[in-house]
Every structure is written in C-alpha cells, then in structure tokens.
Design a protein around this ligand. Structure first.
Ligand code: ZN
Length: 120
C-alpha cells in the first residue's frame, strides 16, 4: 500500500521517536492502541481486522463482542432455526477471551445456571 518513499518517511519518523496510536473501541470505551509503523498499512486497510488479529480472534468475533457489550449469549438453536441469544445470567462486560469462552453457552431457560448461582 505504501510506496518506498512513504516507507522511508515512516522510518524517519520512527527514528525521530514519533509513534502512531489509534483509539480503538473496547469494553466501556476506547483504548489507546500503539501501531507499529510496518503495520500501519494493514491497520488503515481494516482496523477491526488488525485488532482482531492482534487479539488472536476472528474479525466477526471482535465485532460481535463489541456489539453485545461483552455479554455472552445463549447458543441454543430454537425451533425456528434462530439462535436463542438470551443473555447468559450474571455475565456482562466480559473480556474478549472470557466472552469467547462463554458465548454460545446456555441461558437459564435452556438449562444454564440461574444468575443467583453465579459467583460474583
Ligand atoms: Zn437460551
């Protein structure tokens, strides 16, 4: 994406101690994220893909984690073929990795634990 001239310019900035940061969405707000100069091109192309890759998850999982507020949803498939998507009791604003592990578990209706049994 960058020309050799642009890469040389980025290296000049790096040598001068200039670094690149972006504000990326996370649970409850935004996080200042450092972007190495050699990854700027990839970041500009698709910043969600870049962050997902950094976290070792799929782009769609990262976006769904943000969209659900870090609340894992029930994975039971209903009679109409749709996923239940009830919240799994007691779990909100989970970290990306916790959310990934808990998403598609079962809500209280489908045999998961009721919220009163969850440790706080
Ligand atoms: Zn359910």
């Amino acid at each position: 994406m960058f020309s050799e001239q642009q890469i040389a310019f980025l290296n000049m900035l790096k040598v001068a101690g200039i670094s690149f940061h972006a504000s990326m969405p996370t649970m409850g707000g935004y996080r200042d994220t450092f972007i190495p100069p050699h990854e700027l091109s990839e970041f500009i192309e698709d910043q969600f893909e870049w962050v997902a890759k950094k976290n070792g998850v799929a782009r769609e999982d990262y976006i769904r984690w943000l969209d659900t507020g870090g609340a894992p949803q029930c994975g039971q498939i209903l009679k109409n073929g749709n996923r239940c998507k009830n919240l799994i009791s007691g779990h909100v604003q989970r970290s990306l990795n916790d959310w990934l592990q808990e998403d598609a578990g079962l809500c209280a209706v489908h045999g998961g634990e009721p919220s009163s049994n969850k440790p706080r």
